[in-house]
Design a protein around this ligand. Structure first.
Ligand SMILES: NC(=O)C1=CN([C@@H]2O[C@H](COP(=O)(O)OP(=O)(O)OC[C@H]3O[C@@H](n4cnc5c(N)ncnc54)[C@H](OP(=O)(O)O)[C@@H]3O)[C@@H](O)[C@H]2O)C=CC1
Ligand SMILES: CC[C@](O)(C(C)=O)C(=O)O
Ligand SMILES: [Mg+2]
Ligand SMILES: [Mg+2]
Length: 337
């Protein structure tokens, strides 16, 4: 049984009198910094000069270069992209980390794959929201929270877990529930989820459905509504009531089609591919590939990203969404600006 923590299990008092430096002000950084501040925690932001710096200042934070923020901090939460964390850690974090301070992560990649090896006199804690940063902020503002995971890699002070739970409470995660894990389990399951299901799997499923319909001569707008737009509405039902809740709401015709055709689309070959994806995450093949890709200037990443943006699914959707004023554009605008 997973060990779970809620509001009553976490005490914000462990952060009292402490300064939290949120390093990075992107998807997770802006959300965690703002949620913590509204929970009464003293937060500063660490950055390089640029777009995020201006935004963090506009949002009312005291912003410092990374080294200066780390010098002032008792808790340092690294919320830069995973692929830049190790270099920034070596050059601007490690030399200024106070003895007895805490180093926090929201994804275990750099610790688990040995890219960051912290000194023995600091706590090393993972507080990983199980949701995109823009939702971590939006859901908190609505009075709720995105669930999270907590793990302690190193407990130098004897209070690492309590501090982690206080932080999880500060960002709203204990409102929904926080599960205890390890850096290894979080890293491997998070990478698997985003590759096989949430991002990679779903994107390919949507594109395959869209292409099957349009290549058969159906209108792209109808293919878009069927394979992408309505997916959100169906997933909302799953989110609220599981697969059972979704099946309660759809027609019996759809439910029968679900049972007999779903397994043909996601069959043995897909399950075998999932196992291979997981194996390459577990044995470090994916991590090494991602690290090398960045060292080489991201040729594969950039090429595929350009191809994906130009897909007719995207151009069709962009046009259709113009009339859907109710769709929250917050996340999209901040990543495409
Ligand atoms: N995205 C998400 O929702 C989730 C992310 N995570 C984890 O959270 C962490 C942060 O990811 P995410 O929020 O997506 O990151 P983003 O890419 O959204 O944000 C990156 C931030 O880091 C800053 N930055 C980049 N390079 C440097 C640098 N060299 N020095 C200082 N600041 C820098 C950027 O500033 P600038 O404007 O100057 O480029 C920006 O503010 C990762 O570990 C990720 O795995 C975990 C759960 C979900
Ligand atoms: C699903 C992608 C994610 O793992 C997340 C939002 O949780 C990420 O790394 O961005
Ligand atoms: Mg994730
Ligand atoms: Mg992830």
């Amino acid at each position: 049984m997973a060990k779970k923590f809620y509001e009553k299990d976490a005490d914000l008092g462990y952060l009292k009198g402490k300064t939290v430096a949120v390093v990075g002000y992107g998807s997770q950084g802006h959300a965690q910094a703002q949620n913590l501040r509204e929970s009464g925690v003293e937060v500063i932001v660490g950055l390089r000069k640029g777009k995020s710096w201006e935004q963090a200042e506009k949002d009312g934070f005291a912003v410092y270069t990374v080294d200066q923020a780390v010098k002032r901090a008792d808790v340092v939460q690294l919320l830069m992209p995973d692929e830049v964390q190790a270099k920034v850690y070596r050059e601007q974090v490690r030399p200024h980390l106070k003895s007895g301070a805490a180093l926090f992560f929201s994804h275990g990649f750099n610790i688990h794959f040995g890219q960051i090896v912290p000194p023995e006199d600091v706590d090393v804690v993972l507080v990983a929201p199980k949701g995109p940063g823009h939702l971590v902020r939006r859901v908190y503002e609505e009075g709720f929270g995105v669930p999270g995971l907590i793990a302690v890699h190193q407990d130098a002070t004897g209070q690492a877990k309590e501090l982690g739970l206080a932080y999880a409470k500060g960002i709203g995660a204990t409102r929904a529930g926080v599960i205890e894990t390890t850096f290894k389990e979080e890293t491997e399951t998070d990478l698997f989820g985003e590759q096989a299901v949430l991002c990679g799997g779903v994107s390919e499923l949507v594109k395959a459905g869209f292409e099957t319909l349009t290549e058969a001569g159906y209108q792209p707008e109808i293919a878009y509504f069927e394979c992408l737009h309505e997916l959100k509405l169906i997933v909302d039902l799953m989110y609220e009531g599981g697969l059972k809740g979704m099946r309660y709401s759809i027609s019996d015709t759809a439910e029968f089609g679900d049972y007999v055709s779903g397994k043909r689309v996601i069959g043995e070959a897909s399950r075998e591919a999932m196992k291979q994806v997981l194996k390459e995450i577990q044995d470090g093949t994916f991590a090494n590939r991602w690290i090398r890709e960045n060292e080489e200037g991201r040729p594969e990443f950039n090429r595929i990203a350009e191809e994906e943006k130009a897909h007719s699914l995207e151009t069709t959707g962009e046009e259709l969404r113009k009339t859907m004023a109710w769709i929250n554009k917050g996340a999209k605008e901040s990543v495409t600006q």
